[in-house]
Ligand binder design. Structure first.
Ligand code: C5P
Length: 236
C-alpha cells in the first residue's frame, strides 16, 4: 500500500504562501499539487523549489488543446520531473495519444491522467454544452477512451469511482478531489465523502485541500486523515 495517498493542493496566489505551507508538511508523508493559480503566478520555479524540498508534485494544469500543442506542453511538464500531470479526456483520442507519447520522452515519465467530466457539471449543464447522455455515461465513456489511449488513470469524484472501475478495470489510477472530513463544512464541493469512504469506493489518491490548508494545525489534520486510512506514522 502506498503510504502517502493524500495529495495536498497548494492553492495559493504566490510561491511564498505555498512554500510556507509546504515547509510544515513532510514530503515522506504526503504529495502536493500545483494548480493553475500558483503555476500561472510563479511558473516552473515553484515546482523546482518543491522538488528541492523532496516533494513529489502533481502538476494539475488540465491541458486541452490540439494534439501538437498538448504534446508540447506535456513534454515540457515531463522534463520538469513532475510525479503526475493531467489533460482533459474530451480533447479526444488523437490528443490523448499525443500526450501519452510526449511524456514517454523522459526517462522517468510522470503518471498521466485525464479529467473526464468536470465535477462542477451536472446533467443539465452538460446538455447545455451539447453533450448527449448523462454525466455518468460521459464519465464512463471518457474513462474507457482514456484507458484505450494508454493513460494511467483519471481524476473523478469518489461517487464516480465505482463506475470508472467497472468501465476501465483495476489497473487504472483514480484520483479523487471533493473529500471532506465528517466535521467539515462542504465549501463549494457539492457532493463530498470522507477519506476512508473515498478509498472504499476505489480511490487510489485523495486530493484534500481546504480541510488541511485552512486548518489552524494542518499537520494534525493530515496526521488524523492518514491514521484514518491506516497509513503508518513513520515515513516509508
Ligand atoms: O479545497 P478542496 O479540497 O475543495 O480542493 C480540491 C482541489 O481539487 C482543488 O485544487 C481543485 O482545483 C481540485 N479539483 C476539484 N475537482 C476536480 C478536479 C480538481 O476540486 N474535478
Amino acid at each position: 500500500m502506498d503510504n502517502k495517498r493524500v495529495i495536498v493542493p497548494l492553492d495559493f496566489p504566490d510561491a511564498s504562501s505555498a512554500l510556507a505551507l509546504a515547509a510544515r508538511l513532510d514530503p515522506r508523508l504526503c504529495r502536493v499539487k500545483v494548480g493553475k493559480e500558483l503555476f500561472v503566478a510563479e511558473g516552473p520555479g515553484v515546482v523546482s523549489q518543491l522538488h528541492q524540498r523532496g516533494f513529489e508534485v502533481f502538476l494539475d494544469l488540465k491541458f486541452h488543446d490540439i494534439p501538437n500543442t498538448v504534446a508540447g506542453a506535456c513534454r515540457s511538464a515531463a522534463r520538469m520531473g513532475v510525479w503526475m500531470m493531467n489533460v482533459h479526456a474530451s480533447g479526444g483520442e488523437a490528443m490523448l495519444r499525443a500526450a501519452r507519447e510526449a511524456v514517454e520522452s523522459v526517462t522517468k515519465p510522470p503518471l498521466l491522467i485525464a479529467v473526464t467530466v468536470l465535477t462542477s457539471l451536472d446533467d443539465v449543464s452538460l446538455a447545455r454544452v451539447g453533450y448527449a447522455g448523462t454525466v455518468r455515461e460521459n464519465v464512463e465513456n471518457l474513462a474507457r477512451l482514456t484507458k484505450e489511449c494508454g493513460l494511467d488513470g483519471v481524476v473523478c469524484s469518489a461517487q464516480e469511482a465505482p463506475w470508472v472501475r467497472a468501465a476501465a478495470g483495476s489497473s487504472f489510477t483514480l484520483v479523487t478531489p471533493g473529500i471532506r472530513l465528517a466535521t467539515d463544512e462542504k465549501g463549494d464541493q457539492a457532493r463530498t465523502v470522507t477519506p476512508p469512504e473515498a478509498v472504499k469506493l476505489g480511490a487510489d489518491y485523495l486530493v484534500i485541500g481546504r480541510p488541511i490548508t485552512r486548518a489552524p494545525d494542518p499537520v494534525a489534520v493530515l496526521d488524523a486523515i492518514r491514521a484514518s486510512l491506516g497509513e503508518s506514522r513513520e515515513a516509508a
